[in-house]
Design a protein around this ligand. Structure first.
Ligand code: FES
Ligand code: FES
Length: 194
């Protein structure tokens, strides 16, 4: 049987790159053309970082490198050498949730959840840099993160709520956020359910 050895792809050279992921030092061997998104998902099995457009347009692949959001689909894994990478898997403390995760869960700011890891990390970078962002600052920080489900309002409100909790305030979600405008002023149940 005839073979065509010349057209078989050569095994790409692999590079060994050391960096930190969610507080742990790792050394990973991968082909030098791989993006950080591919290295995280395929070589480190950190599939919380989502694979969307691969064009830098949707933001679902966002992770933090040295505390700043980057689009991991446009960022070479090689560029991480010696850097600190944070993914959604590293957000929660040993017990419980990060305030952003809790606020997103409480307010229904995650629906299908595909955009959520990138949004949580982008919002985390914002709150780490600015404990009291205005609504406009929240919108601007999240402008590169697309969500097909929520309409964004609950996402913005969840970031505001998490910011208040992070500042130590005893904040609660607005009743309108939980129940819509049709809630009973005197209690917690929406009028429609009584
Ligand atoms: S997958 Fe990276 S921006 Fe869409
Ligand atoms: S929750 Fe579905 S895309 Fe945002």
């Amino acid at each position: 049987m005839e073979t065509f050895p010349d057209i078989l792809p050569a095994e790409p050279t692999r590079v060994h790159v050391g960096f930190q992921v969610n507080g742990e030092s790792v050394e990973v061997a991968f082909a030098p053309h791989k993006t950080l998104l591919e290295v995280l998902r395929e070589d480190l099995a950190l599939t919380g970082t989502k694979h969307g457009c691969e064009l830098g347009e949707c933001g679902t692949c966002a992770v933090l490198v040295d505390g700043r959001p980057v689009l991991s689909c446009l960022y070479l894994g090689l560029e991480c050498a010696g850097r600190r990478v944070e993914t959604v898997e590293g957000m929660a403390p040993a017990a419980g949730l990060h305030p952003l995760q809790k606020a997103f869960a409480d307010l229904g700011a995650a629906q299908c959840g595909y955009c959520t890891p990138g949004i949580l990390l982008t919002a985390k970078a914002l709150l780490d840099a600015n404990a009291s962002p205005t609504l406009d600052e929240i919108k601007e920080a999240l402008a590169g993160n697309l969500c097909r489900c929520t309409g964004y309002i609950k996402i913005f409100e969840a970031v505001e709520l998490a910011a208040a909790w992070t500042r130590g305030e005893d904040a609660e979600p607005r009743k309108e956020t939980l129940y819509g405008t049709d809630y009973d002023e005197s209690g917690l149940l929406p009028v429609v359910n009584r």
